[in-house]
Design a binder for this molecule. Sequence first.
Ligand SMILES: NC(=O)c1ccc[n+]([C@@H]2O[C@H](COP(=O)([O-])OP(=O)(O)OC[C@H]3O[C@@H](n4cnc5c(N)ncnc54)[C@H](OP(=O)(O)O)[C@@H]3O)[C@@H](O)[C@H]2O)c1
Length: 427
Amino acid sequence: MAGFGTVGQQVWKLLKEHRQLLSARLGAELKIVKVLVRSPHKKRLMALPKELLTQDSADLFSPEIDLVLELTGQVALAKKLAKSAFALGKAFVTANKALMAEHGLELSEQSLKKGVDLCFEASVAGGIPILRSLREGLAANRIQSLYGILNGTCNYILTEMEEKGADYQQVLEEAQRLGYAEANPRLDVGGWDAAHKLALLSSLAFGAWVDYRDFLVQGIQSISALDLEMANRFDYSIKLLGIAKDLGGKLQMRVQPTMIPKTSLLASVRGVLNAVAVEGDFVGPALFYGQGAGGAPTASAVVGDLVAVGRRLVANRSAIVPPFGLKNKLNQAKLTDLGELRSPYYCRFQAIDRAGVLAKITQILGKHSISLASVYQPLRHEGKKVPIIILTHEAKEKDIQKAHTLINRLREIPGPNTLIRVEEECP
Ligand SMILES: NC(=O)c1ccc[n+]([C@@H]2O[C@H](COP(=O)([O-])OP(=O)(O)OC[C@H]3O[C@@H](n4cnc5c(N)ncnc54)[C@H](OP(=O)(O)O)[C@@H]3O)[C@@H](O)[C@H]2O)c1
């Protein structure tokens, strides 16, 4: 095992506490032989026999070892460990989404070529066994769509802002104090962690490699307490959603804060919890819900992978389950242009409270064939900055983006201005 931090220690605890149960399920014992760490003398919550600790990664590859488990969170080191494991015919299990989103295509090709297991269940949605469900339980289906709340930090922040009417910065700081957000939260609040996970989910669901750098990724940093209050007034919730849809061979993909009807199932996913809604052609809708992070739930997913690999080894089966569910190499996915996508939009403009300003906004929207469903100005302060809220009818993404850019340039509208897509059909 490489790494003995939040997840590594819980894996150790789980293997110890469920030794008998796991032996009964597996028909063999899972034994940790060596644990690679950076600082062997660091004080840790879980005590580990001293002889197990090492700083030398070569110790993970002795002949008695069948499987290398990577829980360091480092990308370059993890890639090196995976390559060494494959070269020596040892299975590789990881919880590292950044590793898989960056190098998953290359690693899965190596795993297939060498006939060595590559498992990464814990890298998406923590304890929820969504990858195995897509790869095995739903293997009979053509997957039509995926909707995911894939980042617990963002979901916690948006839930707290909605429930307490608090501002983004204030809730982010509270989340950091409670350990729900990293000291450097960029990957989470910027949408990149969710993008890594959506790319992996989609590669597996649609059988083509999706690069997270190829689709639209927006974070939650510009969402204000007022946006959540207004969403509530219009009977919506705001969620950081990862959405992937198969539109007949091309994928429509994005990660962005999205307004969804309060009555949708995903609107009821609160706090740090995660959920993935899948639609398959034979199964219809299926919803997976649970803890997307935390040492114990993540350890549950990691050990699930250890058991899956262990069962194959115990049964002496040489054929592996392909990491992305296809026996052949994955092709690159083709993505659609989002410009043609039609949806209603929520716009918040910070404008100088002066006669004629609203007319200027509606004129620009009208010129771009965007009609208004609702206009709301909650405050009045003659000559000062006030928010103007507009909910549009369905409009093309490229039209609303053009109009928004033009409105942003008006002197009377100094901003910051926000645009949020409304997804009426959300499960
Ligand atoms: N935490 C979660 O809730 C969660 C959820 C899902 C997935 N994951 C994934 O699980 C993985 C582990 O996360 P974590 O939260 O357990 O991380 P963590 O608490 O930061 O622990 C990382 C461990 O890796 C060791 N390590 C780091 N760099 C190393 C290096 N260069 N050489 C040797 N050892 C090194 C550290 O050693 P020292 O202890 O000596 O510093 C530490 O034991 C990550 O890929 C993460 O994305 C985590």
